[in-house]
Write a protein that binds this ligand. Sequence first.
Ligand code: NAD
Ligand code: MLT
Length: 525
Amino acid sequence: MAKVLITDKINDLAVRIVSNVAQVDNLPTMDEDKLCEIIGEYDALLVRSQTKVTKKIIEAAKNLKIIGRAGVGVDNIDVEAATKQGIIVVNSPDGNTHAAAEHTIAMMMAMSRNIPSADLSVKQGLWERSKFTGVEVYSKTLGIIGLGKIGTIVLNVAHALGMKVVVYDPYAKAEIVEKSGAKYIQNLDDFWGLCDYITIHTPKTKETANLINEDTLKKTKKGVRIINCARGGIIDEAALAKAIEEGQVAQCAIDVYEDEKHVDKSPLIKLGSKAILTPHLGASTDEAQINVALDVANQVVEVLSGRNATSAINIPALKPQKLEAVKEFMELAENIAKIASQLSKGAIKDIKINVSGKLATLDISPLEIAILKGVLSANMVGINYVNAPVMAQARGIEVKISKSTSKDDSIEVEIVSSDSHTIVKGALIAKDVKRIVQLNNYITSIEPQNNMLLVPHINKPNMVAQVASVIGADNINISGMQVAQNIEKSEKSIMIINVDSVVEESTLNKISKIEGVDRAAYISL
Ligand code: NAD
Ligand code: MLT
């Protein structure tokens, strides 16, 4: 009988469902070493967000077939390592959406009416009515950063409460936002000063990390109230605490933290009634926990019974015959889409896919899905092979497919967005040999890898050496590099550098300061 391990607090329904096909061990959350010791005997692992499923754990998981994340974000799972080992990762893309949106509204109201401290005061036998005079949300402006699944529900409730809503989401189409009755703000600089309340509903990405920081807080309206029920690290907690102490920010309501294991060290702790703090409770409702438990447990049963998962993050739930024909191109398609998406700026209008070689004679619908997943997952959470087409449609993205007669087995992804036009082309140049062959105006031939640096520069002596020296000084190893020439034979070239680790903003800034270099970009797959 198959064996399933559950290591976080997941609704008992999951145990009941999975017990129909497997022996289930429901153990408390454990550290990496302990999990490495026992994971080898299990066929499936079910987690929430406490367990970090690292590469080391995955490598020790010799029998593992599926990892189920009872929630939406898979940022606690090394999906790349799981994919390499053929382990399916599944999630519950929207089982807790309503719970998180309702928690956001509850946090906004609790903060505005001082509910936690008033409750405490009454329980201490006090009757301090004037001390807890609050503020109304009615007719105030709520600024929403990130208008995805949760942001949209928050917007609707805010309108029902009589609030005005402004939205900053560069990946959402202005027309769709305005149709919801909210004001679309194109530039983040114009957003801060409009808001009486700000709530964040984005994933944590390299763009959103520390989005609310010392500089941006200075641009907010004095007395603003800030809510974060999305991900820790989007707000610089020290900067927020300082802004509250100085009176720039009136209050904050926070559910997620930079370091959730050591939340007692957060500078927000000492702010008293000015900071309403909950322990990552956004998804903690009976209903959401049942939804996510059902979602992942049913998928574990399906996979352990030899059938398809319905919400796989890394393995497409497509008809085997359809997939078989284009299987060798799936990873390339998704990777070039991820690169194009990270280079693209603003709301995506069209995705144009052009295939050639033998792909021109095949049904490429699985590749289309892989491309949509690659494009959307750069800025959205919970995107999988099942929901990618629906999510693209909901964002008003049009997909146009064309086939060309050229002989090379290649896929070109062109993203037309509000602010840019990006082309990335990939080819299979031999069996299992994948290459990026075009990046916008540059012709190249380099392997798509997890960590890549793109450095557009003027073609003159000593440029490569200067860039390499910055990268080396920051202790980043270069594993491959190409200098690609511009098709238009201009004086511009681009260095495409494969590196072994993540490149931080500070390194990008140093590279970008080299004379003759345009802004350097880091791409992760
Ligand atoms: P979603 O993918 O549906 O929406 C994310 C939105 O953020 C998208 O509209 C995207 O375009 C936008 N976005 C991405 N980058 C942006 C940027 N730089 N600036 C502005 N907007 C940007 O996600 P969702 O399901 O609504 O979840 C939102 C967040 O809430 C995620 O971080 C998720 O992990 C988190 N979450 C937390 C809890 C909790 O327990 N507190 C529960 C569920 C979800
Ligand atoms: C999620 O990503 O689903 C939320 O953060 C909630 C959770 O971790 O359970």
